[in-house]
Design a protein. Structure first.
Length: 145
């Protein structure tokens, strides 16, 4: 399947238009979350260890999701779905906990208050990612003419 002419329609769609935008946004969040967490852990870990470790986890999840979405194939898609599901659960749990127990989060994570520090993109992004992967899966499963 390395021949582009023989690639299923859905695989090509995953890397075009909205798929490219989705990969780009995930890549930006992967870089931002990982870099921010790295600096925070290196310079002031003792101030908010839970928040900084969660930011690092978010960065790793964004990296895995970026690679999973960018690559074609069933295994990559499954990895992307798993990582994006972890991301969605993380945003919902950390978001709720950061509101219910603000003392546990003396500094923000990417997912604090449902991503309010990032214009709620961390809350919307996994929903869009899962919808996109579902669309691509259906396109690949559809019979071609």
């Amino acid at each position: 399947m390395s021949d582009p002419a023989r690639r299923p329609e859905g695989a090509a769609a995953a890397r075009s238009g909205p798929g490219r935008v989705l990969v780009a946004v995930y890549a930006v969040f992967a870089l931002a979350a990982t870099a921010r967490a790295g600096v925070q852990i290196a310079t002031r870990f003792d101030e908010a260890p839970l928040a900084y470790v969660l930011s690092a986890l978010a960065g790793v999840v964004y990296i895995v999701a970026t690679v999973g979405i960018a690559r074609s194939g069933r295994t990559s898609r499954r990895v992307a779905v798993a990582s994006i599901t972890v991301e969605l659960v993380g945003v919902l749990v950390v978001g709720a906990l950061s509101i219910l127990d603000p003392a546990a989060f003396p500094d923000d994570t990417v997912w604090s208050r449902f991503g309010s520090g990032y214009l709620f993109i961390p809350l919307v992004l996994p929903v869009l990612g899962l919808l996109w992967l579902r669309r691509v899966s259906r396109a690949e499963a559809a019979p071609t003419a």
